[in-house]
Design a protein around this ligand. Structure first.
Ligand code: MRU
Length: 339
């Protein structure tokens, strides 16, 4: 099954907060239910957020009693506003909402039923993501070779996308080609997407994985225990890649130790009209830091900083892999100019 699917007027997806111990499927029936699932990170990962937002708008259209196009557009705009308030950083969410709204606005009433049209557009967004990840896997796998040990951070796998994954899609594709590779996964405090989700995905596929805590990366690089880094992105702007908190630390270490640092992301994650200074970095609840699971690990009332993402300047990035191919840093300048 894909990570998210449209099934007879419901959105079916996994509750990622329950993994890896329990497999719980959610059947979401309204935009509010999808928004809540996004806020609480039952649904997470940039491309998946885009697909979820698109399907949430499909739910609005599917259940709407609007008689006219204008009425339905108003409902979609309101729902889009609710969804845009869930998480601020991953651009795929905003991209998917705007794409659905723009195509709904250009819909001609003679063509077909508008609800059907919106559902189909959401399905297209999901299908395109799955296809993009296969291409990212194909192009990215050329960068990986027998004996490589690849460090990845957070979860940029099938669970973070509609299917297959971006960074893990590349690793998966190389593994499927028979390349003898190994992965080091960082646990990714505070939400532990690496320990919970990346390890789960790789183990399920039989790909060798070793789990480390985030603060072990310096030691690992110093000792030469890793020779590639492969991560995803929440938004790629003109000057930087924004991804899970801790990515920048890994990128600086990789640069210092001459380890290639690759970013794998579909074009829906690019916003090249934007610069990093204008990107809103999500700040999450202090309890994510002061607790591990249900156990409080520090004194009550301590000041806490909990940004969910950080900013990696392009100077630290060796190449970006998207569905068009591999963009080396110098090609990226040209790619930007042509967009
Ligand atoms: O807070 P999350 O779990 O939504 O953050 C996810 C990441 O940072 C991923 O690396 C990114 O979204 C790319 S997923 C293909």
């Amino acid at each position: 099954m894909r990570t998210i699917e449209w099934r007879d007027g419901t959105v079916v997806t996994l509750d990622q907060t329950k993994l890896p111990h329990e497999t719980v499927f959610l059947k979401l029936k309204s935009v509010l239910e999808v928004a809540e699932a996004i806020k609480t990170m039952k649904i997470r990962g940039a491309p998946l957020l885009g697909a979820a937002a698109a399907f949430a708008l499909a739910l609005v259209a599917y259940n709407s009693e609007a008689k006219e196009k204008r009425e339905l557009i108003n409902e979609l705009v309101k729902a889009g506003e609710i969804l845009k308030r869930t998480r601020p950083t991953a651009v795929n969410l905003f991209w998917a909402i705007d794409r659905i709204l723009n195509s709904a606005r250009s819909f001609s009433e003679e063509d077909q039923d508008m609800a059907v049209f919106v559902v189909e557009e959401a399905q297209k967004i999901a299908d395109e993501d799955a296809a993009a990840n296969r291409l990212i896997g194909k192009y990215g796998a050329e960068l990986l070779h027998d004996g490589d040990v690849i460090l990845t951070h957070c979860n940029a796998g099938a669970l973070a996308t509609v299917d297959y994954g971006t960074a893990l899609g590349v690793i998966r594709a190389a593994w499927e080609q028979g390349k003898k590779i190994k992965v080091i996964a960082t646990e990714t405090r505070p939400k532990l997407q690496g320990a919970r989700l990346t390890v789960y995905e790789l183990k399920r596929d039989g790909i060798p994985v070793t789990l480390v805590t985030d603060n072990m990366v310096g030691y690992i690089m110093y000792k030469g225990l890793v020779n590639r880094v492969m991560v995803g992105a929440d938004i790629i702007v003109r000057d930087a890649v924004i991804n899970k908190i801790g990515t920048y630390t890994i990128a600086v270490l990789a640069k210092e130790h001459d380890v290639p640092f690759y970013v794998a992301a579909p074009k829906s994650t690019f916003d090249l009209a934007q610069v990093s200074a204008n990107v809103v970095i999500e700040e999450r609840r202090p309890e994510e830091v002061t607790y591990i699971g249900s156990e409080r690990i520090t004194l009550p009332g301590v000041n806490v900083l909990n940004p969910a993402f950080d900013i990696t300047p392009l100077e630290c990035v060796t190449a970006i892999i998207c569905e068009n191919g591999v963009l080396q840093r110098k090609d990226f300048v040209e790619f930007k100019a042509n967009l």
